[in-house]
Design a protein around this ligand. Structure first.
Ligand SMILES: Cc1cc2nc3c(=O)[nH]c(=O)nc-3n(C[C@H](O)[C@H](O)[C@H](O)COP(=O)(O)OP(=O)(O)OC[C@H]3O[C@@H](n4cnc5c(N)ncnc54)[C@H](O)[C@@H]3O)c2cc1C
Length: 364
């Protein structure tokens, strides 16, 4: 096991309990080099690097100011190369962009990706490998860790030193400080909401990192056939992505039906917000499960989180308690959601949402 020390703190909101002094020259255990170089496994879509992957770069930067950061992109076709150009200028700390262009890597399947990262690690000898804690990162990273025979540290929310990380445990009710004492590379998944990045404007002046093709001549996809890409389905919507939205409006079981849930959707539309749901609302079929927030759903930390008819079960809080402002509307004054809410309103959502819809100005 990589964990050497654990500090726990039960608390109302996610406030780190332990702040060890950080030092970029910190060194402990076996085979940990003072030179820090990080490989970031990046996801891309529509010719752009995903914001969660840029957050992984921000996390790499937090490991050490002197970190040499390489971003690895894989896929095939023109959108990969567009994404590579985007990656080269999306964060000033990126030292180089590595591009693996192959039909075998056209889809982000764990098996070929793991072989790829293994190959790139053998060439580059990175001290750290980081991915966002997305479905992709959670899929690929453990497989790579097994190939490299190291133990990954997952869901990191704070980096206190090159081998010292904070991660939530017990559905976010306690924070655990983990010292990685294994061999290189130290592998992490990070919660992107804990490493926010400023939106990149088109006219922003940013260094452009060199883009290098990965030599795939020795790349053997030995695991071919273990999984196959079938298709990708997602809802066509103009709403912001739940994982990155500034405002999230969430509805719970109290909405009673998919028809009534449209009240939440209308409110989200007026506020330019993403829609979230509790597991009870998802299980009842009001909305698809990609909208579920919580321990077994998405982890969000928007500037404003509005919860309507949500009891505040521990598993739901695990996905939203780090939001900057939490507003809760519930007709039960003792609902646990009020313990984490910054603003609470005891009332009936079927009266309050229509009133909000009437009084809020139209979205420009
Ligand atoms: C292993 C595991 C994982 C889980 N993962 C998740 C997860 O990821 N996300 C998640 O959300 N849950 C998760 N759950 C389920 C969780 O425990 C709760 O059951 C769920 O969050 C409850 O959803 P809810 O608040 O919508 O429903 P309820 O708990 O039924 O609460 C409904 C609330 O609405 C209020 N209400 C009712 N009518 C009105 C009204 N007209 N106006 C205003 N308020 C009203 C009630 O007072 C009540 O507080 C998980 C459970 C387990 C065991």
């Amino acid at each position: 096991m990589a964990a050497l020390s654990i500090f726990r703190a039960l608390r109302k909101r996610a406030i780190p309990s332990f702040s060890p002094s950080s030092s970029s020259s910190f060194s402990h255990g076996t085979a940990i080099s003072r030179f820090v170089s990080t490989l970031v496994l990046a996801e891309h879509e529509g010719g752009s690097v995903k914001t969660s992957s840029v957050s992984a770069v921000a996390a790499a930067k937090a490991i050490s100011e002197e970190n040499s950061i390489s971003v690895l992109l894989a896929g095939s076709g023109p959108s990969l190369h567009e994404a590579a150009s985007h990656a080269a200028s999306c964060h000033p700390s990126i030292s180089q962009v590595l591009v693996a262009d192959s039909d075998k890597l056209a889809y982000p399947l764990a098996e070929p990706w793991a072989e790829l990262v293994h190959l790139v690690q053998q060439e580059g000898g990175y001290s750290h490998i980081i991915a966002a804690s997305s479905s992709f990162g959670k899929n690929v990273l453990p497989r790579v860790a097994a190939l490299l025979d190291v133990s990954p540290v997952t869901d990191v929310i704070e980096i206190s030193g090159p081998q010292l990380f904070v991660r939530p445990i017990y559905a976010g009710n306690a924070l655990c400080t983990v010292r990685y004492a294994g061999a290189n590379p130290c592998m992490l998944t990070i919660r992107s909401t804990s490493f926010p990045v400023a939106p990149i404007s088109a006219d922003s002046k940013c260094n452009t990192a060199p883009v290098t093709q990965v030599d795939l001549s020795t790349f053997i996809e030995v695991t071919l056939g273990k999984s196959r890409y079938l298709n990708h389905s997602s809802q066509e919507t103009e709403r912001p992505d739940l994982g990155n939205a500034r405002v999230v409006v969430t509805g719970g079981r109290a909405l009673k039906s998919a028809e009534n849930f449209k009240l939440i959707e209308k409110l989200a539309e007026k506020l330019g917000a993403a829609v979230g749901a509790t597991r009870a609302a998802v299980d009842a079929g009001f909305v698809p499960n990609e909208l579920q927030v919580g321990q077994t759903g998405k982890i969000v930390a928007p500037e404003l989180y509005m919860a309507f008819g949500v009891s505040g079960a521990i598993q739901h809080l695990a996905g939203m308690r780090d939001s900057k402002f939490i507003v809760a509307v519930n007709k039960d004054a003792d609902a646990p959601i009020f313990q984490v809410a910054d603003y609470g309103l005891v009332g009936d959502l079927f009266e309050i949402i229509p009133e909000l819809l009437e009084k809020l100005p139209e979205k420009k």
